[in-house]
Design a protein around this ligand. Sequence first.
Ligand code: ASP
Ligand code: MG
Length: 439
Amino acid sequence: MLVLKFGGTSVGSAERIKNLAKLTHGNEPKIVVLSAMSGTTNALVNISQTLYEQNSTKASELIDALENKYKIEIQDLYQNPTILEKGKELINYHFHHIRSFVDFPLFTSKEEKIILAQGELLSTAMFHYYLSEIGEKSILLPALNFMRTNKDGEPDLAYIEENIKKELYKYPDSKLFITQGFICRNVNGDIDNLQRGGSDYTACILGAMIDAQEIQIWTDIDGMHNNDPRFVDKTYPISHLSFDEAAELAYFGAKILHPTCILPAQKRNVPVLLKNTMKPEAHGTVISNIEPPEGIRAVAAKDGIYAVTVKSERMLLAYGFLKTIFEIFEKYKTPIDMITTSEVAVSLTIDNPVYLERIVDELKEIAQVEVMKDQTIVAIVGNMSRSETGYGAKIMGAFKDIPLHMISYGGSEHNISVVIDSRYKKKALQAMNKNLFGY
Ligand code: ASP
Ligand code: MG
């Protein structure tokens, strides 16, 4: 069994949906995981925003506008009048549901999540109907029957494994299954989601839980690139990455794949293939447990980083000090990404500032604290053995005109990370393209 995930642009218009049917055609059994049509989730977020603000007029306008888009698309999508009629009913049904929240007495995140779920419910049913129009059999699997999070908001893997298998067993003769990415139920059984961009995560979890032969993530670029094409002129797709390298790159900014995705696939050793819908013949990027050759594979940068420096003479020759610091971050459920230490100080980075103020207040009770905002982590990712020489010089050479705030190496052989002020990011990426990749 294969699991194929297609993002918003791959189902972004009638034209793209028709094209999708060509990519999912074939005898190989597969589960196709779809995002909402591009722009839809953002539109649903905006609609929810106006509902929080109780601006019914604006909400109705936005809902009408989105519905019209769908009405136009299905005119192009379906030729068969019976199916077109079904398509119209589908759109009526979902938009009627969305409208039922206008003038809702108390609009909360619970209602918002129901609204956000409509995008994936629409795109999957539309594709399913299109397949029936062209005479291709498919089964629409409701993700809400098997995708579920636990009390910590994490995917409940045991539940998902049991229930996706149950669903699949119902249709022993079927080869083509379609399901919604992103949406799930939470521990209370309410409709929820796996956070923005979560369709990748759905696909990787499903692929891992059914021990798929391969998970394919189809987007609109031809794989993970060695550098960020938005900031440097010349980049190329990386043909092969290890799970560890891919996880680092995804976290540090390669937008193509949601960072949490890799873990379930890695645990069950299911290869992940990144493919381009616009160029299906291109090789793309294969992520697997085959160790790639020695060397630097890629660089990526992550903005919106806060660097927190904690300094105390009490740290000198003391033990237990780091524990006290970490406990404060733990108390506020704030993950720390990078750490560097000296004898009397420790610097660490976070990317979620929600509790920063409270964390700093508590840290100040035991030490001096300094926070730097607008920081960027530049990560150099690859297979950089500790026994090899030259990596440090090459990388630091690229930063020779840029002030460095933190440097981290040694945690793994797959990553060297540097924290700089965000305004130097472009310069850093360009310098590295030259120093590391020769462009
Ligand atoms: N439709 C959702 C979003 O836009 C999930 C996804 O596309 O992965 O965030
Ligand atoms: Mg996406």
